[in-house]
Design a binder for this molecule. Structure first.
Ligand code: KG4
Ligand code: ZN
Length: 354
């Protein structure tokens, strides 16, 4: 029997420090042994968004205690780690350097290889950690804070871009609309929970590029339309946007969410038709959105399309997806060198360049 491999994964690309241990047993689907996460949301809230320098400093504080935590939870020690994986990009350069620095130092000290992982590949493969893992090939809808892409995925490292946003990402549309409605940061969860209490038909907002005939997205205009609508309502009442009645804010939130979700759902269905596939994988923070899941589930059920998601708590950034992506890369034959620790990070790094 082949000895199992223990892969440590470190995520530090933005405002979450995540560490995880995944075990690889031959060609079986790798298993998550433990993961630990520290979210900096509270720290950045005071500034209305992520402050890169503060993010880096906080990753430095959290990464080793979190590593200790996953080792204890898995009943393993540092000496049991076979490969150290880290997020190499895309993300905030200073934040990425913390994970890269720690991973390379650990690798050098333990004389174990280090593997730099693409953050979006982590999101893309995160549904393989769920109780209902997908099978290749599939269409992936990648919806994170900075990216909105449709990909055709034929296997690990075999990604073809079908369409992407030409300006803001869906996550940004949630975040920026939430901010101008006075909902703070991060806007996605706040806007979607307020939307639950509102009427999605209350305001007619644009569905950008819905009929463009291609699989690209554009969300920058939607945020402007939300702003114009909100200011008009505020002006009519002689108030500020934030001071609008709760039911009006809820209607605005519900109408905004409905516009984003409709575009994401329709484009995903078009991508499945174009790729002639009947399996969809949704990944990234916006994949936690309840309305998106409900609408995709019902549209996909009608078309006999299987749809897979990461577990809810693994939709946003975490170390488990980085350890998992590294583990699946190792299984697919990716080579690692145990004497190369000249780490670098790639703050900008297109996924289809892999
Ligand atoms: O994947 P992620 O954690 O980070 C990046 O790699 O960017 O995604 C974060 C994004 C943010 O824009 C956040 O507002 C959004 O995911 N998000 C949501 C929800 N939960 C997180 N958007 C809509 N509904 C949610 N429930
Ligand atoms: Zn992410």
């Amino acid at each position: 029997m082949v000895k199992p491999l223990q892969v440590l994964g470190i995520e530090s690309s933005c405002d979450e420090t995540g560490v995880a241990l995944v075990e690889v047993r031959g060609s079986e689907l790798p298993v998550l042994l433990a993961h630990a996460l520290y979210s900096q949301i509270e720290m950045h809230q005071a500034y209305g968004g992520v402050v890169p320098e503060l993010a880096s400093r906080d990753h430095i504080r959290r990464v080793l205690p979190l590593t200790e935590q996953v080792l204890v939870a898995s009943h393993l020690s540092l000496a049991d780690i076979d490969v150290v994986a880290f997020t190499r990009g895309p993300g905030l350069a200073g934040a990425l350097l913390v994970g890269a620095g720690v991973a390379c130092s650990l690798g050098a000290a333990l004389k174990k290889p280090v593997l730099g992982v693409h953050h979006l590949e982590g999101h893309l493969l995160s549904p393989f950690l769920s109780a209902d893992p997908p099978e290749f090939p599939f269409v992936a809808l990648l919806v994170s804070g900075g990216h909105t892409q449709l990909m055709r995925v034929d296997g690990v490292g075999r990604y073809r871009l079908l369409g992407e946003t030409i300006d803001d990402a869906a996550g940004e549309a949630f975040d920026k609309s939430a901010k101008l409605l006075g909902l703070g940061y991060p806007g996605g969860p706040a806007l979607s929970s307020l939307a639950e209490k509102g009427n999605a038909q209350a305001f007619k907002l644009p569905r950008p590029l819905l009929k463009s005939g291609n699989l690209d997205f554009s969300f920058a205009g939607l945020k402007t339309a939300v702003m114009v609508q909100a200011r008009k309502l505020a002006l009519a009442r002689g108030s500020t946007v934030e001071a609008l009645p709760a039911n009006v804010l809820a209607d605005l939130a519900a109408s905004t969410q409905a516009a984003i979700v409709e575009v994401l759902v329709k484009k995903s269905l078009a991508a499945l038709t174009q790729a002639n596939l009947n399996r969809l994988v949704v990944a990234g923070g916006v994949g936690a959105n309840r309305m998106l899941r409900e609408q995709l589930n019902s549209e996909c059920a009608v078309r006999e399309v299987r749809v897979h998601y990461p577990e809810l708590h693994l939709c946003t950034d975490n170390g488990a997806m980085i350890a998992m992506a590294a583990a699946m890369r190792l299984q697919s034959g990716q080579q690692t060198a145990s004497d190369v620790y000249a780490f670098d990070v790639k703050p900008r790094w297109p996924l289809d360049a892999l």
